[in-house]
Design a protein around this ligand. Structure first.
Ligand code: AMP
Ligand code: MN
Ligand code: MN
Length: 321
């Protein structure tokens, strides 16, 4: 990490942090860690996000550190620095992309290999398992003490993006950082219960419908599951609480690739892709304007859910060996 990033924080008072849309544990944990850390440098810090938080991350946002664009506009503040977190391209900022017009000083902190380096400053490391790792290193360089609150948020970032330290993105460095965070006296057991043993009952009911939608293709090597609008309505669950469902399809014996199609509206389908072995699903996601990592990627396709499935099956057929 080049040291010039350290000077970025000098003389800048108002700092905006932007997590990605449809937030997950890494983007929220990393943003909140950065929020606490920059507060220690006596900055005015605003995390701006209009999306709902998944219910298992709400414990991190006690005292509502996250505000909406509407709240922010009421403050009439001109930012001196904008930090995007875990967003491979500007589309991942959704309806907040206009905020980048307020200030050209943009620091893009990310770990996606598909990152487009859209910032004026790009702190992108695709070897990091989570943005939380990059932020941990940054705080060390800035000599900001990692207290219990920061450690808790960073631990959430690392744990969620590595599937609780199971996925192949987990490195010795990831585990060393996690060990250091645990030494900050974080409530390890509480955090894990909040994250993983705290699912809304309606999510479990939804799961039953989603599993019933399972289709296997290419001799059982590719699994497709669906979250339709009807399923969400029937089970009274918000789309923000559908994280992790794809894992049930990926974890089937013999399945190499899992596809989850989430219906946002009639012709807006959010596609999640997971790979278990060597197939790089980020290549497929990129073909449709999305991105991600080798084993976890996504994109949005504007068509009916059936057409999206067929388009994807054809694309996989061409690329599958
Ligand atoms: P998801 O399936 O939404 O959990 O996303 C899996 C991975 O792909 C995450 O690292 C996301 O940041 C990334 N990803 C998902 N959707 C998109 C998209 N539309 N554009 C770029 N990256 C994406
Ligand atoms: Mn993310
Ligand atoms: Mn991430």
């Amino acid at each position: 990490m080049n040291n010039y990033y350290l000077e970025l924080f000098e003389g800048r008072k108002n700092i905006i942090i932007l997590p990605h849309i449809l937030p997950d544990g890494d983007t929220i944990g990393s943003s909140i860690a950065l929020f606490y850390a920059l507060k220690k440098l006596e900055k005015r810090v605003y995390i701006i996000l209009n999306d709902k938080l998944p219910s298992n991350l709400k414990f991190l946002n006690a005292n509502s550190k996250i505000i909406t664009t509407e709240d922010f506009e009421k403050l009439s503040i001109k930012p001196d620095l904008i930090i995007t977190v875990d967003s491979s391209d500007i589309d991942r900022l959704g309806d907040r992309a206009y905020l980048l017009d307020l200030c050209s000083e943009v620091l893009n902190i990310d770990h996606h290999s598909t990152n487009t380096n859209y910032g004026k400053y790009n702190l992108v490391n695709s070897k990091a398992a989570a943005c939380g790792e990059i932020i941990y290193e940054l705080l060390k360089k800035l000599k900001i003490y990692i207290d219990k609150d920061i450690a808790t948020a960073l631990y959430v970032a690392l744990s969620t993006d590595t599937g609780s330290f199971k996925y192949s993105n987990t490195t010795p460095s990831t585990l060393r950082i996690a060990a250091d965070l645990i030494e900050k006296d974080i409530d390890f057991s509480f955090i894990n219960t909040e994250l993983y043993q705290n699912k809304p009952i309606n999510k479990i009911k939804l799961l039953s419908d989603v599993l019933n939608s399972l289709e296997l293709h290419f001799d059982g090597k590719l699994a497709v599951i669906y979250v339709t609008n009807d399923m969400l309505k029937k089970n009274k669950i918000d789309i923000s609480d559908t994280d992790g469902i794809i894992e049930y399809a990926r974890d089937i014996e013999g399945v190499n690739i899992a596809v989850l199609l989430k219906e946002f509206s009639d012709n807006t389908i959010k596609v999640s892709l997971r790979s278990k072995y060597d197939f790089d699903v980020s290549i497929i996601a990129k073909k449709f304007g999305g991105g991600g990592h080798k084993k976890a990627a996504g994109c949005t396709i504007y068509d009916t859910i059936d057409n999206v499935k067929n388009i994807l099956l054809n694309t996989f057929r061409e690329n599958f060996r």
